[in-house]
Design a protein around this ligand. Structure first.
Ligand SMILES: [Zn+2]
Length: 48
C-alpha cells in the first residue's frame, strides 16, 4: 500500500515507513521521525 507523508508530501510504501501513528482515527505514515514530530506539533495523537 502506498501512502503519502502529509508533512513533506513524499509517497512511500507503508511497510517501509520510518514512523506511523494514529491521528483522528486514521493511521498516518511518515518517511522519518522528524516528519512525525512536525506533524505532532499541529495534530494530537489519539490516546487509545
Ligand atoms: Zn516526510
Amino acid at each position: 500500500m502506498k501512502v503519502k507523508d502529509p508533512v513533506c508530501g513524499m509517497v512511500i510504501e507503508h511497510s517501509k515507513a520510518a514512523a506511523h501513528a494514529n491521528y483522528g482515527g486514521e493511521t498516518i505514515y511518515f518517511c522519518n521521525v522528524g516528519c512525525q514530530k512536525k506533524y505532532e506539533q499541529t495534530h494530537r495523537r489519539d490516546s487509545a
